[in-house]
Design a protein around this ligand. Sequence first.
Ligand code: TMP
Length: 201
Amino acid sequence: MPYNSQFFVFEGIDGSGKTTVSRLVSEALLTKSIPNLWHREPTDSVYGKKIREFLQGKLKLTKEEQIETFIADREYSVNEIILPTLKGGKSIIQDRYYFSTAAYQGRDEEHAAEILYKNEDKGFPEPNRVYFLDLSPEESADRRKSRGGREEVFDEDSEQERIYQNYLAILPESTIFVDATAELEEVVAFCVEDILKSLET
Ligand code: TMP
């Protein structure tokens, strides 16, 4: 069965496990000889580095500056990594995309929708499938507390609640909601199976 290259995106609030899940999905696909690249945003570009400083509270950015910086990083991500990889015949398994900018930088649901349109207007490619690792803001708070580590700018519980509501408002109808509290192996197996189905179409 010939496989084409497709673009798969994983989204979720902090602590939802999307980095772990997406990495394991990418590895599982490789063991099944499905060529793919695991990729994340923010990237390691100059814009991505600026974003990491902002996330750690070392640099102040207004909401508008945050949006511009994430979009600049995404232009790099799309032009230097996503499009060349897809053209080269490999699928992309990606941790965060423009839905994150809408959810995190959106002051409210209306603003989140505006940010989404702004990204779509840039002509960034639409993913074939979006997986939302669904975790309640309360569960996210418990996981983040038990995980410890460095505080980041969106760590407040009220911030995670706003981000979660924004996600629900802007995610495409076709988004696949995955219970992030299920066993890790089950979550990974479910996503792998769904990706294989998508690649066969
Ligand atoms: P991470 O938790 O996946 O490492 O992502 C880094 C942080 O950046 C996370 O708190 C979400 C945030 N973020 C935004 O605020 N806007 C964006 O567009 C992206 C991609 C991430």
